[in-house]
Design a protein around this ligand. Structure first.
Ligand code: SAM
Length: 289
């Protein structure tokens, strides 16, 4: 049960659904991933609010379900949203997006907030979500992660966003499109060059692919093999390199052969996560020795 009333009593299929909003996750590619609860609610609800009636119509056809559908996105006219809210006072309305979990880079945020404000019961049926599927598949650290939606399409804004996220000590998860993947990898290579990156493509589908490596290697791979389909881009956390004093000394000595002291300290700090000032002091000592 979530705020405002009881709407998650889906244990008695013969019963009518209580009025309210049911947020229903749907497959991100493989139709076999629809949950039993999702089928139950889509079968018993009074109507479905969806992003695109053609896309949801195909899913319903596959499931053998026929229901009224209303197009909804967060930019829908206030009047349409109000009408939808009013209908939820005595009808059970399911909210779905084209694929995956509604509200995750998809419409629904305003509707859910309006329901809460109006005391209309809301419940959510969990299910497929590309960000979570990619995270689990990638093998990158997942004790904490930050989902950041889509990177901006403009070069500078994209780099700025990555720079803003650089200090965050978690795996970063972005939604991406195939035509923009190389540009995004180039930005990662520039702003976060030492991070391990994963590209998860066509999840749950026939050509599912997971590729991991440093950004430069992945750029070379995807330049040779232009990606198709849907993509999640993941960037591992700053390298938690358990550098011993000997490791750090060795890296500093190598860097000092070609760089100024400050540059060498900055590079080793970036690669190891160790404190740049302490490395600078140590680099000065090494120069004197
Ligand atoms: N709400 C959806 C969810 O829960 O995953 C995400 C919707 S968002 C508009 C669409 C983006 O999700 C795509 O551009 C892609 O980044 C990602 N995506 C969706 N399906 C995917 C799949 N099968 N494989 C990889 N990424 C996918």
């Amino acid at each position: 049960m979530v705020h405002g009333g009881r709407v998650n009593d889906t244990t008695h299929p013969e019963k009518c659904l209580n009025p309210g909003l049911y947020i229903v996750a749907t497959p991100i590619g493989n139709l076999g991933d629809i949950t039993m609860r999702a089928i139950d609610i889509l079968t018993r609800c009074d109507g479905i609010a969806c992003e695109d009636t053609r896309v949801t119509g195909k899913l319903l056809k596959h499931l053998g379900i026929s229901k009224p559908m209303w197009r909804y996105d967060d930019h829908s006219e206030h009047r349409d949203r109000t009408r939808l809210l009013e209908s939820m006072r005595d009808r059970a309305v399911a909210l779905v997006s084209d694929a995956g979990t509604p509200l995750v880079s998809d419409p629904g945020y305003r509707l859910v907030n309006d329901c809460r404000a109006e005391g209309i019961p809301v419940t959510a049926l969990p299910g497929p979500c590309a960000a979570i599927t990619a995270l689990t598949l990638s093998g990158l650290p997942n004790d904490r992660f930050l989902f950041a939606g889509f990177l901006p399409s403009k070069d500078k804004a994209r780099r700025d966003m990555l720079a803003e996220l650089a200090a965050i000590d978690t795996t970063l998860v972005f939604y991406e499109t195939s035509p923009r993947l190389t540009k995004s990898l180039e930005a990662v290579a520039e702003v976060l060059p030492n991070r391990e990156v994963a590209v998860a493509r066509e999840l749950t589908k026939l050509h599912e692919e997971l590729r991991r490596g440093l950004p430069h290697g992945l750029i070379a791979y995807f330049e040779a093999n232009p990606p198709r389909g849907e993509i999640v881009l993941l960037v591992g956390p700053p390298v938690a390199f358990a550098a011993s004093e000997e490791d750090a000394d060795a890296m500093l000595l190598e860097a000092l052969e070609t760089m100024k002291t400050s540059q060498a300290a900055a590079q080793v700090a970036k690669a190891t996560g160790l404190d740049r000032k302490a490395l600078y002091a140590r680099a000065m000592e090494l120069r004197r020795e």
